[in-house]
Design a protein around this ligand. Structure first.
Ligand code: S3P
Length: 163
């Protein structure tokens, strides 16, 4: 069975859903941001602030290629992974891609904006990011799943599709 990748806006539930899904399917769980942090020994917000977004995107693309090799993995990506065209191709060719869509108001209730480098300086940033990205998420995904109940319900929905 192929890998499964979860894409979507920051705070849409990729990591939480991914962990539940991996456990239910008996797959490995890999969180792309966590992998990057371990690989270079720096936090994502530190990388953004000190080395810049361009540098981060290079690291992210490199890391995606490393983790997507093989099979039976559930991969929770970072929200901006789809901003690099080549990543879309890599995701689609090496995994079943699920776009986790969640209401932006619910996302804003949940997340700590201070810990999200692209959101913290501008309160409209999440709407602007969504407008820029949601068509790209749709284009990249094989399936769209709405996360409007709980992470568990959404993981169960994905499990029904892949089984
Ligand atoms: C980003 C989302 C983050 C992280 C980085 C950039 C983005 O991941 O990769 O801060 O561009 O949307 P999450 O989607 O897990 O927050």
């Amino acid at each position: 069975m192929k890998n499964i990748s979860l894409i979507g806006m920051p705070g849409c539930g990729k990591t939480t859903i991914g962990r539940i899904l991996a456990e239910g399917l008996g797959y490995y769980f890999v969180d792309l941001d966590e992998y990057i942090e371990n690989k270079c020994g720096m936090r994502i917000d530190y990388i953004f602030e000190n080395l810049g977004e361009k540098f981060f995107r290079k690291l992210e693309s490199e890391s995606l290629k490393e983790i997507i090799a093989g099979s039976k993995k559930v991969i929770a990506t970072g929200g901006g992974v789809i901003t690099v065209e080549e990543n879309i191709k890599i995701l689609r060719e090496n995994s079943l891609v699920f776009y986790i869509k969640r209401d932006l108001k619910d996302i804003l209730k949940d997340i700590d904006i201070e810990k999200r480098p692209l959101l913290k300086d501008n309160h409209n940033a999440i709407y602007e990011l969504y407008n820029k990205r949601h068509k790209i998420y749709q284009k990249c995904a094989h399936f769209l799943v709405i996360n409007d109940k709980s992470a568990y319900e959404t993981a169960k929905h994905i499990m029904m599709i892949v089984r």
